[in-house]
Design a protein around this ligand. Structure first.
Ligand code: SF4
Ligand code: SF4
Ligand code: FES
Length: 227
């Protein structure tokens, strides 16, 4: 039998099934918590950290990723405080610096209020979100790809170069990768990377009500979780 708990997110009382993550519940109730590495129905890694929230307990608040935080009775969550917006902006800025050629990341950064990128551009082709690896493993049990290496050497590859034959050619890893959609004007060459900003006109719509999802459809093709 499903057991329910009641929690508060941004002042709203919400009833949720025990075992659900705070992020899933927020999405279900139309509270927009930006996220990148989360994919509905797959396990959560807490890799991108975009979905951070404040968990308030005994008068103290702890910043934590909402995709890995399970709902509890009486818990109090702030998803859109000034502190969270500032931290999230910085995380989004770092992501754009890593991968300016991802439209999904550019769009998320703009939605988070990033106005400039103060970090050096790296122009990487992978942000280690793990969406592809989890889809391959958990949806298809193929295990054709995985993370290899550590630290700066960490990347997605066929483990030990031996598993490529396990690939079922389903293409889901590509569909779910945030790097597969380039900015509208095409890939930015080395030395020309920038915050795109082309979608700013649409973003203006979200500013007066930043805690409500407006179905902005930014990051077309990149599923934000509301579909
Ligand atoms: S195309 Fe191959 S590597 Fe990609 S998710 Fe499917 S089975 Fe895994
Ligand atoms: S290849 Fe794409 S989906 Fe896979 S970890 Fe890298 S950025 Fe994420
Ligand atoms: S969506 Fe929660 S850490 Fe990426």
């Amino acid at each position: 039998m499903i057991q329910y708990v009641t929690l508060g997110i941004d002042g709203a009382d919400i009833r949720a099934a025990r075992g659900t993550s705070v992020l899933d519940v927020a999405i279900e109730y139309g509270i927009c918590i930006p996220h990148l590495c989360h994919v509905p129905n797959l396990s959560d890694l807490g890799a991108c950290r975009l979905c951070i929230v404040e968990h308030v307990k005994n008068g103290r608040s702890k910043v934590t990723t909402s995709c890995t935080l399970l709902v509890q009775e009486g818990m109090v969550i702030r998803s859109n405080s000034e502190k969270i917006r500032r931290l999230r902006r910085n995380i989004a800025e770092l992501l754009v610096a890593q991968a300016p050629n991802s439209r999904a990341i550019q769009d998320i950064a703009l939605r988070c209020g990033v106005k400039e990128v103060r970090y050096p551009f790296r122009n990487r082709d992978c942000v280690l979100c793990g969406r592809c690896v989890r889809a391959c493993t958990e949806l298809f049990n193929a295990r054709a790809i995985g993370f290899v290496g550590r630290g700066k050497e960490r990347r997605v590859a066929s483990p030990f170069g031996l598993r490529a034959e396990f690939c079922k050619q389903c293409g889901v890893c590509i569909d779910l990768c945030p790097m597969t959609i380039t900015p509208c004007d095409g890939p930015m060459a080395a030395g020309e990377e920038r915050l795109c900003g082309k979608c700013e006109a649409q973003l203006m719509v979200t500013e007066p009500m930043p805690d409500q999802c407006t179905w902005c459809q930014l990051g077309e093709g990149f599923q934000c979780g509301r579909y």
